[in-house]
Design a protein around this ligand. Structure first.
Ligand SMILES: Cc1cc2nc3c(=O)[nH]c(=O)nc-3n(C[C@H](O)[C@H](O)[C@H](O)COP(=O)(O)OP(=O)(O)OC[C@H]3O[C@@H](n4cnc5c(N)ncnc54)[C@H](O)[C@@H]3O)c2cc1C
Length: 376
């Protein structure tokens, strides 16, 4: 008789979060099966992201998640390009922003405080209503598709089995583990990792559980090619919340409209474009020369939680059900680190590289949530 030592783990979803969890679990000896309904990796939100990476968050726990991911992005062929994030901050938010910079630096992030003229040497803008700027020289962007492919390739080299074109449609407790029902049959495992992104609530529901993750449609508007002297960092006009960055000879533009409805709405929200163009034209006089490329623009889902931080760790109602979802628009920049934390949670009993108390689902029982406000 043989004794099983390696837990069998099913990871639901092959976005960047699922791929990272699979890689970290498999490299530490777990028997991992990834189940994905699409035909390949990164076909959910991951492939639709604006690919930004930043350490400039308003809460220390999200800064720490970024820094954990930065190590992986630097060490791998991930497309990591540190062109920076530039926040243009109005006077009424300046003191609060300086407090955030102090907190970010305390956590180990590299953030510069710039006056208006220093910031205008990076991106030319109308200084009306701007007190100063913050710039993260280690912020920038990555290649989400390549990074997910790489994580999954390493996961498979460590023995992960990848079931694609297979949808999980049910989950029932079996002993201390789970029997997943899929469109292809059943999969029996000791532990389930819910990495189903915007669909995580639906997947949790199959197991009779809840996770407060809502789909939230977001757009990326793209301009036509135009020669540029140099790359532009991801630049956020904080008063309007509108951002852009350069991608080759184009600009990618977006805005998180907090008032828009949640739900599985589909297609680019063209009604959203006029206020965005107005804000860009007011702030950046040179924007008048840009032309929109409607066909190159796209949309996808943020997977938002009530406090805009992810849900990580065991579900107290079912300890062999582990959440890795609800990244609220920051999943690409946080995934590499969170896979490591999830592997620790499954294999060591508890995540320990970072204290994940601020990410545990139990936080929603408390009255006061610490809301991440740096959502763009
Ligand atoms: C327009 C836009 C811009 C963004 N910009 C950024 C950015 O600049 N930086 C950043 O960090 N993040 C950004 N994000 C957010 C980022 O894309 C997500 O946070 C991240 O991709 C989440 O990864 P995930 O693996 O959790 O989810 P996904 O990539 O959505 O993966 C979940 C997978 O689960 C699968 N699945 C769901 N249900 C089932 C089922 N029942 N059975 C089997 N498989 C299932 C889905 O098919 C999907 O492939 C952006 C998102 C959008 C939409």
């Amino acid at each position: 008789m043989t004794t099983r030592t390696a837990p069998r783990v099913a990871v639901i979803g092959a976005g960047i979060v699922g791929a990272s969890c699979a890689y970290h679990l498999a490299s530490r000896g777990a028997e991992v099966t990834v189940i994905e309904r699409e035909e390949g990796v990164a076909m959910g939100s991951t492939g639709r992201s604006a690919a930004g990476f930043r350490t400039q968050f308003a809460t220390p726990h999200n800064v720490r998640l970024s820094l954990l991911a930065l190590d992986w992005y630097r060490a791998n062929d991930s497309g990591y390009t540190p062109h920076g994030y530039l926040f243009l901050v109005p006077p009424e938010q300046w003191d609060e922003r300086l407090d955030q910079v102090a907190m970010q630096r305390e956590q180990g992030a590299s953030v510069d405080v710039l006056d208006v003229e220093e910031a205008r040497r990076i991106v030319d803008f109308d200084p009306e209503g701007i007190a100063g700027a913050t710039f993260g020289p280690e912020d920038g962007f990555v290649d989400p598709d390549r990074s997910t492919q790489l994580l999954m390739q390493h996961a498979r080299e460590e023995g992960t089995v990848f079931h694609r074109l297979e949808t999980v449609v049910g989950a029932e407790p079996r002993g201390e583990g789970w029997r997943l029902t899929t469109t292809e049959g059943t999969v029996d495992v000791d532990v389930v990792v819910n990495a189903a992104g915007a669909w995580a609530q639906q997947v949790a529901g199959y197991a009779g559980l809840e996770v407060p993750v809502e789909p939230f449609r977001n757009d990326v508007f793209v301009t036509a090619p135009r020669s540029r002297a140099r790359p532009l960092p991801l630049t956020i006009d904080v008063p309007s919340g509108v951002y852009f960055r350069s991608e080759g000879d184009r600009l990618l533009i977006g805005h998180h409209d907090h008032d828009a409805p949640t739900g599985f709405l589909e297609g680019v929200n063209w009604d959203h474009l006029d206020p965005i163009v107005e804000a860009l034209s007011d702030r950046y006089p040179w924007f008048a020369d840009e032309e929109l490329d409607a066909k190159a623009s796209w949309w996808g889902y943020y997977e938002v939680t009530p406090d805009y931080s992810p849900v990580l760790g065991r579900d107290p109602a079912a300890p062999t059900w582990v959440n890795a979802c609800g990244f609220s628009g920051h999943g690409v920049m946080h995934a590499p680190g969170c896979g490591r934390l999830i592997a620790e949670e499954v294999l060591d009993g508890r995540a320990h590289t970072l204290d994940i108390a601020p990410f545990r689902i139990e936080r929603f029982r408390g009255r006061d949530l610490t809301v991440e406000t740096a959502v763009i």
